[in-house]
Every structure is written in C-alpha cells, then in structure tokens.
Write a protein that binds this ligand. Structure first.
Ligand code: SF4
Ligand code: SF4
Ligand code: FES
Length: 225
C-alpha cells in the first residue's frame, strides 16, 4: 500500500507522507505557515487559529497544525481570506495584550510581535486598550516572573510543564474571556510544585514568562507595568 498521498498546495502538486498535517506538508515544501500555539516539541493544541488555511470544498478555514492531509486536498496557505482571518486573530490577541514592546525583554524576539509586523498591525494602537483589563503579575517565584498582561493563552507553557517536565505546575483556569494560565488553586508559583527548570519560559512565544536573571542581565525593569 502506498505510503504517500497527492495534494496540491497553492496550485502545486505535491506528494506527502500519509498522516502528515497540512502544516508539516507545507513545511516539507518550504512553505511557511505562521503558528503560535504550535511547538514542535509539544502535542498539538490547535487553539490559536493563526495557522488557518483554505481547503477547497470547505466553507470554514482549517487549522493547519491540527488538520491531517487527505488524498486530493487542495490547500491555499496565503489567499486573501486566509490573510484577513489571520490578521483579525492577531488583532484580537493584541487587543488583550500589554503591547508596550519597548519595555519588554522579548522586544525583537517575540513571536507575536513578529507576526504583528508581518501582518502590518501597529502594536502601539493597542497599548491604550490593554490596561482596561485587570491582569496579575506573579513575582514571588525565586526565578520566574509570570506576567498575565503578556499572555496570549496559547498553553505552550502548560504543555511544556506536563509533557516535557512531567511536573504539571501550570494549568488553565476559567473559560471565555476570563480564561487564564495559572497554578493549582491559583497559588503563586513559589507555592506550587514548580522546580524552576525554566522550560516553560523557553517555550513561551511572548514575554509572559521571564527568568529574573535575564531581566537583571538585560537591565529591564522587574515590573513591566
Ligand atoms: S519552571 Fe519548570 S516546573 Fe516550573 S512551571 Fe515552568 S516548566 Fe513547570
Ligand atoms: S505564559 Fe506564554 S506559553 Fe503560557 S499561555 Fe501565556 S503566552 Fe502561552
Ligand atoms: S498554531 Fe495552529 S491553531 Fe495555533
């Protein structure tokens, strides 16, 4: 039985291994699809929808990271509909984000900032919106600061702590616009089983998690707002 299937990506016929997702198929052809909640080290969450693509015959856009390729699939990764949808998603994320980038230690190395720039969204436009929402900053851990005003709730940190470290110090609480990344009973990070390994910081796409030692080295203020 053949182990490959034929699909088309942006009008080009390609042969891909069975079981590959659209994201993996595109990557194998050198086509970049933006991602945020996806990380190659972690299981697929499919919650940010930044990776949406158009699949012929389907009215809804599909999340490339979570959709397996099927024989004969015709995929568009960069159509106007796709780009507009991604732009709206990034705008929504920014509307709830403390986008005071110049004061952030991830300035110039932030996945959200990079996408905003690629999709021509001015992060400064959202600085005034972010303070409308109350955020907490947990500074009590000996090594890590968790700043919810920078969190996009991609859950990469939660999956990192559970899947890579086997610790489960982080979790998701509440639903809808109250959803947040927190710990057991919403305790401070110093009061849970966190081993201060720093892996969640390494896998966070934004400045929501930071090692205190990094802030000291780069001379950024400990409190961001
Ligand atoms: S520092 Fe390590 S143990 Fe603590 S929350 Fe992050 S990944 Fe989990
Ligand atoms: S802290 Fe970072 S990795 Fe965790 S959900 Fe927020 S943005 Fe994602
Ligand atoms: S990267 Fe695919 S849904 Fe987030």
């Amino acid at each position: 039985m053949a182990n490959t299937i034929n699909i088309s990506i942006n009008g080009f016929q390609v042969e891909v291994e069975k079981g590959k997702t659209i994201l993996q198929a595109a990557e194998s052809q050198g086509i970049t699809i933006p991602t945020l909640c996806y990380h190659k080290d972690l299981c697929v969450a499919g919650n940010c929808r930044v990776c949406v693509v158009e699949v012929a015959g389907q009215t809804r856009l599909s999340a490339a990271c979570a959709t397996p390729c099927d024989e004969g699939m015709e995929i568009l990764t960069n159509s106007l509909k796709v780009r507009n949808s991604r732009k709206h998603i990034i705008e929504l994320l920014l509307a709830e984000h403390n986008a005071d980038c110049t004061k952030c230690y991830r300035n110039g190395n932030c996945e959200l900032q990079k996408l905003s720039s690629e999709y021509k969204i001015m992060t400064q436009d959202f600085i005034e919106l972010a303070p409308l929402k109350k955020y907490s900053i947990d500074m009590y851990s000996p090594s890590i600061i968790k700043d919810d005003s920078k969190c996009i709730r991609c859950q990469r940190c939660v999956r990192t702590c559970a899947e890579l470290q086997g610790v489960n110090a982080l979790t998701v609480a509440h639903k809808g616009d109250k959803m947040k990344i927190t710990t057991f009973f919403e305790k401070h990070m110093r009061d849970v089983v966190c081993t201060n390994c720093g892996q969640c910081v390494n896998h966070c796409p934004t400045g929501a998690l930071v090692e205190k030692i990094i802030l000291k080295k780069c001379g950024k203020p400990l409190r961001t707002r």
